[in-house]
Write a protein that binds this ligand. Structure first.
Ligand code: IMP
Length: 188
């Protein structure tokens, strides 16, 4: 069984590829044109990306949108995480958090699956954690070096292997929901 993930992000692809293979699903990456709508809802962004890719491919596929929501910053950068990462990056976010006692944060993911002629179906996942006091680790991508998940051993996502990150991550949770739904549907 093949399934297409419309993404230009190799890290995201690697994270979910392992999970899909456990269910006998071979994941393929579709690096379509990057055309992201501006919205404050991850679900809407993911849906739009899935529709664009599905229309171009004329085949079923899924897309994902994710973001880091920091409590002390009233949810910033949230849906603007990509822009915030490109502009201020991890160091900029750490500066915004300097002296801040409340380090609570959350990663959220929305995965939208679309078939030609149908409306997309969305699956969500989140992981709560803390913003570290400094960057740690060299794995992963984006804000991984500054995010410590609750329930872990204090390491940041960037200090974990993909398998370890998948035990906690927002993306793994959303993808697990999607996979279960997708497999049931194929059986029906
Ligand atoms: P995107 O729009 O879904 O590609 O995600 C927006 C931004 O959020 C990315 O550029 C990353 O900086 C950040 N981000 C999303 N998911 C993760 C993650 O799993 N780890 C670290 N950063 C992430």
């Amino acid at each position: 069984m093949d399934l297409i993930f419309a993404t230009r992000n190799r890290h995201k692809f690697e994270e979910v590829r392992e999970m899909a293979s456990v269910y006998g699903i071979k994941l393929k990456m579709y690096r379509g044109p990057r055309e992201e709508i501006q919205s404050d809802k991850l679900e809407e962004i993911a849906k739009h990306s899935a529709i664009v890719a599905c229309t171009a491919l004329k085949r079923p596929c899924f897309a994902e949108d994710a973001g880091l929501f920091v409590k002390a910053l009233h949810g910033f950068p949230g849906p603007y995480s990509s822009y915030a990462f490109k502009t201020i990056g991890n160091d900029g976010l750490l500066k915004l958090m300097a002296g801040e006692g409340n380090r609570g944060a959350e990663f959220r993911s929305a995965i939208a699956y679309c078939e030609p002629g149908s409306r997309p179906v969305v699956f969500s996942g989140n992981v709560r954690g803390y913003i570290a006091s400094a960057r740690r680790g060299s794995g992963g991508f984006g804000f991984d070096p500054i995010f410590i998940p609750i329930g872990g051993d204090g390491r940041t996502f960037a200090e974990m292997s993909i398998d370890e990150k998948n035990k906690f991550s927002h993306r793994a949770k959303a993808f697990e929901k999607f996979l279960k739904w997708y497999i049931q549907r194929k059986k029906a």
